[in-house]
Design a protein around this ligand. Structure first.
Ligand SMILES: [Zn+2]
Length: 423
């Protein structure tokens, strides 16, 4: 099997990243900025053109010195696509994203989770329907990331803890039997964190709190998502904030989850978070009281995270998508708990990515893997976006990989449209 050397892969990745960051460039500019010979640049550009990752643009003006007009090459954001699926207790959301983290299409269906072949088949049909309705080129699909509430083993890729929807032991193959693409299982709050941190971010260290139907967290340390020695680092939903408090689904009492999951709010407003925040903005007294209690509990969790990590804390998930105009009250509660003369506006922020973050993040796992397969990141003068957020080789096994096997046999990254060994 032909394999590329590490240096060649690094060069290939740096050429790709440069075109992506510049959006439009010429071979001469790539060679000059990256310090690579023109024949080498031509080889990689030809490969990217062949595989649909780069397109040829217009001829540029030759400039004052005359000579042949250089050809512009543009990055193709839709060169590869990935499907993300967000599985919750009562619904399935599918999205299709491109390499720029843009959601091209989304679809939601109501369906209660159940451990049955009928359910897995239903999810497979949702994926197929989403792809058909979006009218995308199937050959460009890298695979499907399925986000579930539950901890995922990095070694086996299966759910090792799944009390939110009773999905313990579910494997990628359970879904993969009905999905004709490479299929991965992803922890939902890790997915949301990946969507938030992708592709570039202004902080090196951050804690993302996912406040959705259940609560999770994702920790970014020195630009990499940290998972600890096991699979549960950042599981903030089970931080104990009340002695002998409300019963959590985990079996313990007083965890953050039963106080701060999104249902605590939506259950007071006909199941709608939007309605809850509309009524909060309108000054509804009963809703204001619920919010006051909710933020008091959330502030405790935030304070504890701040003491442990001392980093930026991002409020995300379904609640985070609505919280922007209500941050001041939350920040004052956090400040009251601090042992320092702290001002939480310096570290406590609402999430910036709110468009189906869990499903999008699940799909980004496939994009991340595709980029890592292109080659290791090399910092370039054009910027640092595109760096790996997760360590290489920490993905679980796949469900099915019909296209990936052929690509792997040709020494190509998965999802390459035209297998070629010329580069
Ligand atoms: Zn708990």
């Amino acid at each position: 099997m032909p394999t590329m050397s590490g240096i060649k892969k690094r060069t290939r990745r740096s050429v790709y990243d440069f075109i992506r960051e510049q959006r439009m460039t010429t071979k001469g500019e790539i060679a000059q900025v990256l310090g690579i010979s023109l024949p080498t640049v031509s080889k990689y550009v030809a490969h990217f053109l062949d595989s649909g990752l780069v397109a040829q643009g217009a001829k540029l003006s030759s400039g004052a010195n005359g000579g042949r007009s250089p050809i512009a090459y543009t990055w193709v954001a839709d060169g590869r696509l990935a499907v993300g699926v967000d599985i919750t207790r009562d619904g399935v959301t599918c999205v299709i994203i491109n390499l720029a983290r843009e959601v091209l299409f989304s679809r939601h269906a109501l369906r209660d989770f159940e451990r049955s072949e009928e359910y897995f088949e239903f999810v497979g049909k949702q994926v197929e329907t989403t792809i058909a309705e979006a009218s995308i080129d199937r050959d460009r699909v890298l695979g499907v990331g399925v986000a579930v509430p539950g901890l995922i083993s990095e070694a086996t890729g299966q759910v090792t803890y799944g009390r939110v929807i009773d999905n313990y032991g579910v494997t990628p193959a359970d879904f993969g039997r009905y999905i004709p693409f490479e299929t991965r299982l992803v922890h939902d709050s890790d997915a949301a964190g990946l969507a938030e941190f992708w592709p570039s971010h202004t902080v090196e260290n951050a804690f993302y709190i996912s406040l959705s139907k259940s609560i999770g967290g994702s920790v970014l340390i020195r630009d990499e998502i940290y998972r600890g020695d096991g699979e549960f680092a950042g599981e903030i939903g089970h931080l104990r904030i009340h002695v002998d408090g409300l019963r959590c689904y985990c079996g313990q009492k007083g965890c953050v989850d039963p106080y701060c999951n999104a249902s605590v709010l939506s259950s007071r407003a006909n199941g709608s978070l939007q309605e809850f925040f509309d009524r909060l903005a309108a000054g509804d007294p009963a809703i204001t009281e619920v919010w006051d209690r909710y933020t008091a509990d959330l502030a405790r969790a935030i304070h504890n995270i701040r003491v442990l990590f001392g980093c930026t804390i991002i409020i995300g998930g379904d609640v985070g998508a609505h919280i922007d105009r209500h941050m001041d009250g939350l920040r004052s509660k956090v400040d009251c708990l601090s042992f320092l003369a702290s001002h939480s506006e310096t570290f406590l922020i609402p999430c910036s990515y709110t468009n189906h973050p869990i499903a999008t993040g699940a799909a980004l796992y496939l994009v991340d893997e595709f980029l890592q397969d292109l080659g290791p990141v090399q910092p370039t003068p054009g910027g640092t976006s595109g760096r790996a957020l997760r360590p290489t080789g920490h993905l679980g096994p796949v469900g099915q990989s019909p296209a990936g096997d052929a690509a792997a046999a040709a020494g190509l990254p998965r999802g390459s449209i035209h297998a070629s060994s010329r580069y």
